[in-house]
Design a binder for this molecule. Structure first.
Ligand code: AMP
Length: 559
């Protein structure tokens, strides 16, 4: 059942009052008064220090490698000291180009412990894009995994800011480069370098589907606050009757990480949240493989899995689902892009024990989660992204900047301590995204009477056809309900008469025979005539996606 607004707000007030571990108080963030958690750790180093109290409990697992909380903290302190010895100082940028690994996580927190800033490079980027990010960030050091070295080989030694390059992995570093493995050390002594809450932690180049990448700055404060927001949301939901995200047999929570560490779903919402909760984190290996997910759930008794929607889609379609014991799984969360209600329904059907599902709406610019929908809220409102985490001020505004009433569409504007201080070296882009203290998300949503938000589209994803607004996601969801369609995307194509027309790009299920007329008839039976695709193109391959799982629509428009 959907929870009404008053019940939700009462439960929230109960958990955030004075004296509660999640007490919310108002304080200044970069000169502006905002709500924040009174009892938060003041740096990520402090978060690691607190987490070390979990001692011999396992924290990071990948393949044969297993690290307890105590070992993790010792490695973070030791690696921090080694990096300092290499000349890394507070405020310096150090780039990492690597696949997910235990050492990657250790290194990120080691850098943060001396106040240095990690530039988490996108592992799918080309040489030119990497060159751009290294220069833009002014990185002094680079840690690169040997399997990815070829991508930056020609950049090393070129004039720029890069002074030291460390190569990790099995092979010895080529002449002139340093051995990354030597950086990982152990120590019982925590570094003491001063760290401010608003110091940058990690720079993430946003996966915007158009334009030049922007280095979005995440901070110690923003990361910690969003982690506490997620944990608080879980407690409020449980108080209101949603199934608990904890394992039913009383064992330690175990989360499976399949998202790359170079997105907020990695270090920020994934690893940092698990660390705060004393959970075990299982890192998958290599390219995404649905069967590996199933295998790891069984082997490591995974209790929660955070998926990019495409991953969830692939897992629920897997013919091997029945071959594994998935009974430990109590929750699947997903987000970063819309998840078709169809996929959620299938997830509820195909697992032996239906896990609870959570849809998370997030952005790099907010260190991750903005809103969460779960339990009865999501079951009854499958396209909703739920309610904002506690500390956000949210408003929906029309194109003139006026707040809209419940039920009406408006752009989501956000204010809160997890909004990025801005983009690295890009004051104009920052000023455009954050105006009068409000982050303009570019997302169009409405809020219902229960306080639940539903994203309807992104501003640039809206097609205006003959003066009528067409919201792509609505048609995409409709197409995904067709039994013969595996994937679908809607784009606008310029048209002399109508301004824009609607084009559908459809990947049929293998073996299906599907014609354009059938696709059009399917939509016409469900949606207004102006939403029926004017053009239907078919492709045999999965639609082009960027590393965050978003469809690269610019490629579809042209094709
Ligand atoms: P990024 O910063 O690359 O993660 O992109 C953030 C954007 O992804 C948001 O502004 C939304 O447009 C979209 N997005 C994120 N989460 C969701 C979700 N749960 N449902 C639909 N769209 C989402």
């Amino acid at each position: 059942m959907t929870i009404d607004r008053t019940t939700y707000e009462q439960a929230l007030a109960q958990l955030t009052g004075p004296g509660s571990p999640f007490e919310l108080s108002t304080g200044e963030v970069r000169g502006v008064a905002m709500r924040n958690f009174a009892l938060r750790p003041r740096s990520l180093r402090e978060l690691v220090e607190r987490a070390a109290q979990h001692g011999d409990a396992e924290f990071l697992v990948q393949g044969e490698q297993r690290l307890t909380y105590a070992q993790f903290a010792r490695r973070v302190w030791g690696t921090a000291a080694e990096l300092r010895g290499q000349g890394l100082r507070h405020g310096d940028r150090i780039a990492i180009l690597a696949y997910n690994s235990v050492d990657y996580v250790v290194t990120v927190f080691a850098c943060a412990s001396v106040g240095a800033i990690v530039v988490a490079l996108n592992g799918w980027w080309t040489q030119d894009e990497l060159d751009y990010a290294l220069r833009d960030s002014g990185s002094r050091m680079l840690i690169v995994e040997d399997r990815l070295l070829a991508r930056v080989r020609d950049l090393i030694g070129k004039p720029g800011t890069l002074e030291k390059v460390f190569v990790t992995g099995a092979s010895a570093p080529p002449p002139g480069l340093l051995a990354g493995g030597e950086l990982i050390r152990e120590s019982d002594e925590m570094p003491r370098d001063p760290i401010d809450e608003d110091d940058p932690f990690v720079i993430l180049y946003t996966s915007g589907t158009t334009g030049r990448p922007k280095g979005c700055i995440t901070t110690h404060r923003g990361t910690i606050t969003q982690v506490m927001g997620i944990l608080l949301h879980g407690m409020v939901s449980t108080l209101l009757g949603e199934p608990s995200p904890l394992p039913t047999d009383g064992s330690r929570p175990t989360s499976l990480m399949t998202a790359p560490l170079f997105h907020v779903a990695g270090i920020h919402t994934g690893v940092s949240t698990a660390m705060s909760a004393g959970a075990k984190v299982v890192l998958s290996e290599g390219r995404f493989d649905p069967e590996q997910v199933l295998r790891l759930i069984e082997k490591e008794r995974v209790s929660t899995w955070s998926a990019i929607p495409t991953m969830l889609h692939r897992v629920v379609q897997s013919p091997r689902l029945r071959d594994y014991d998935l009974s430990s799984l109590v929750r699947i969360s997903f987000g970063g892009a819309p998840t078709a209600p169809e996929t959620m329904m299938r997830a509820r059907q195909v697992f032996h024990i239906a896990p609870s599902l959570t849809n998370g709406y997030g952005m790099t610019e907010t260190h991750g989660i903005i809103m969460l929908a779960g339990g009865g809220d999501l079951e009854e409102n499958p396209t909703s992204v739920g309610r904002p985490v506690a500390f956000f001020d949210v408003k929906l505004v029309d194109s003139a900047g006026r707040e809209v009433a419940d039920g009406e569409l408006g752009e989501v504007l956000l204010r809160g301590p997890t909004v990025t201080p801005g983009y690295w070296n890009r004051p104009e882009a920052t000023a455009e995204a954050i105006r009068d203290g409000w982050l303009h998300t570019g997302d169009i949503a409405f809020r219902d009477a229960n306080g639940l938000y539903t994203l309807v589209d992104r501003i640039k994803d809206m097609i205006i056809r003959g003066g009528e607004n067409v919201y792509c996601v609505e048609i995409e969801n409709c197409l995904m309900e067709h039994p013969d369609i595996d994937e679908a995307a809607i784009v606008g194509v310029p048209d002399v008469e109508l301004g824009e027309i609607v084009k559908a790009v459809v990947q049929p299920r293998p073996g299906a025979t599907l014609g354009a007329e059938q696709v059009r008839a399917h939509v016409a039976a469900r949606l207004a005539a102006f939403k029926v695709p004017d053009i239907v193109a078919f492709c045999d391959e999965p639609l082009p996606r960027n590393a965050a799982g978003k469809i690269v629509k610019s490629q579809l428009r042209a094709g």
